[in-house]
Ligand binder design. Structure first.
Ligand code: GLN
Length: 345
C-alpha cells in the first residue's frame, strides 16, 4: 500500500500557520464543524484490511467510522459511529502502563519494562531475542504482557479488578469484556503465550505466564467506543483527572511518563512517521481504535477497522493528521515572537 501520509492530509496553509500548539482548542462549534468535515473527507477511503488473526475481529464492518474529541473542560464532540462498541485491544496497553506506573513509579517501570522503540512489529519475538530478553516498551505485546505481570494483587481476581476498575476510571463509566472476542483470542493466542514463556525464561516477567496472558487477553477484550477513547485520552491530557467525572485517576507525573512512552512507541514501528506527521502521542489497536492526545487540550478517539500493514487504522491516522493541523495540536509547531512580544529581560 502506498504511504498513508501525504499533503492532502495537511490543513490548508493559512490554517496551519495559525495553528500552533499553545493556547486552547478552537470554539466548540468550530471543533464540531471540523470533526464533521474530517469524517466526510475520509469516509470513502476504503484502503487497509480488517485484522483477521483473531477470528472474532475478522467480522468487523469496514465501513464503520466514528470520531470523537473530548476537551479537558469536559466537552465531548462526536460524529459518525462514535458510540459503537469494539474491543480496545492494544490501546489498553497505554492505560495499563499508566496504572502500573502509578503503583510502582517512574524508574521501576522503566527498569522492568523499558521505554524505547523496538523498530519491529507489535508481536515480534525477534525483538526480545535481539534485546537480551528485555520487553523494551509497554506498547508492544511483550512489554504489555510484562506490564500486566506487574499488576498488584494477591490473586488473579484481585489483579483483574485492578485492571478493569482502572480502565473504567479512565473512561468514566463501567466497562465490560466482549465475551466473544475474549474466547476467540484465548483460542488463538499461542504467539502471546510463547512471548510470555520466553520473557519468563529471561527473568523479564514477574508473574505466572499463563495467568498473565489470560489477564492481558481479557484486558484487550474490554469494549469501548471512540467516545470512551477520547475521554480516556483526555484524562491523560488533563493531568490525570477525568474531565467527564472529575475523578483523579493518576498523578500528572504518570501522564507525562505515559505520553512519553506513547510518543516513542504508540504506533509500533511506525511511531516515527506518526510523530513526524501528527506531532502528538497516540496509541492504536488492531480492532481499529486510535487515541491521539493533546496535552492540556484534550484527545481524539477514532474507530475504523481497516488497518495499514503495521496494524494501525487507516482512516484514524488520516483523521488525526488532518485534525492535528486544523485544530492546532502538533506539539512541535511554534512560531517566532512577533516584534514587540519579546520580554526585555
Ligand atoms: N490483543 C492483541 C494481541 O495481543 C492486541 C494487539 C494490537 O492491538 N496490536 O495480539
Amino acid at each position: 500500500m502506498e504511504t498513508l501520509h501525504n499533503d492532502e492530509d495537511a490543513a490548508p496553509v493559512g490554517v496551519q500557520e495559525a495553528a500552533v500548539s499553545t493556547g486552547s482548542l478552537p470554539a466548540p462549534a468550530d471543533v464540531q464543524g471540523l470533526l464533521a468535515a474530517t469524517h466526510e473527507r475520509y469516509q470513502q477511503d476504503r484502503r487497509g484490511a480488517v485484522a483477521d488473526y483473531i477470528p472474532a475481529l475478522a467480522a468487523a464492518d469496514p465501513d464503520l467510522f466514528g470520531l470523537s474529541l473530548a476537551a479537558v473542560d469536559g466537552a465531548v464532540h462526536s460524529v459518525g459511529d462514535a458510540t459503537v462498541e469494539f474491543s480496545i485491544q492494544s490501546i489498553s496497553k497505554a492505560f495499563l502502563f499508566a496504572l502500573v506506573d502509578s503503583e510502582l513509579g517512574h524508574e521501576t517501570v522503566r527498569q522492568a519494562v523499558g521505554v524505547n522503540n523496538t523498530g519491529l512489529p507489535f508481536d515480534s519475538v525477534m525483538a526480545i531475542e535481539l534485546n537480551a530478553g528485555r520487553p523494551m516498551n509497554a506498547m508492544v505485546n511483550a512489554g504489555a504482557i510484562a506490564t500486566t505481570g506487574l499488576v498488584p494483587g494477591s490473586t488473579g481476581d484481585e489483579r483483574w479488578v485492578f485492571i478493569l476498575d482502572g480502565l473504567s476510571a479512565f473512561a468514566g463509566r463501567d466497562l465490560h469484556v466482549d465475551a466473544e472476542v475474549y474466547r476467540s483470542e484465548t483460542a488463538s493466542n499461542g504467539r502471546n503465550r510463547s512471548i510470555a514463556g520466553l520473557l519468563r525464561s529471561y527473568g523479564s516477567l514477574a508473574a505466572d505466564p499463563h495467568e498473565t496472558v489470560d489477564l492481558y487477553t481479557r484486558q484487550c477484550s474490554v469494549k469501548v467506543t471512540a467516545e470512551d477513547l477520547a475521554v480516556m485520552g483526555a484524562t491523560l491530557a488533563h493531568g490525570g483527572v477525568n474531565p467527564r467525572t472529575g475523578q483523579r485517576v493518576v498523578e500528572p507525573s504518570v501522564c507525562r511518563d505515559t505520553l512519553a512512552a506513547l510518543a516513542a512507541s504508540g504506533l509500533y514501528e511506525r511511531s516515527g512517521d506518526w510523530l513526524y506527521e501528527i506531532g502528538m502521542p497516540g496509541k492504536s489497536g488492531v480492532s481499529g481504535g486510535l487515541v491521539t492526545i493533546s496535552p492540556g487540550k484534550g484527545a481524539l478517539g477514532s474507530f475504523s477497522p481497516p488497518l495499514d500493514p503495521a496494524g494501525n487504522s487507516v482512516r484514524g491516522q488520516r483523521a488525526a493528521h488532518y485534525l492535528s493541523s486544523a485544530l492546532g495540536l502538533n506539539l512541535f509547531a511554534s512560531r517566532p515572537l512577533a516584534s514587540g512580544d519579546a520580554s526585555s529581560g
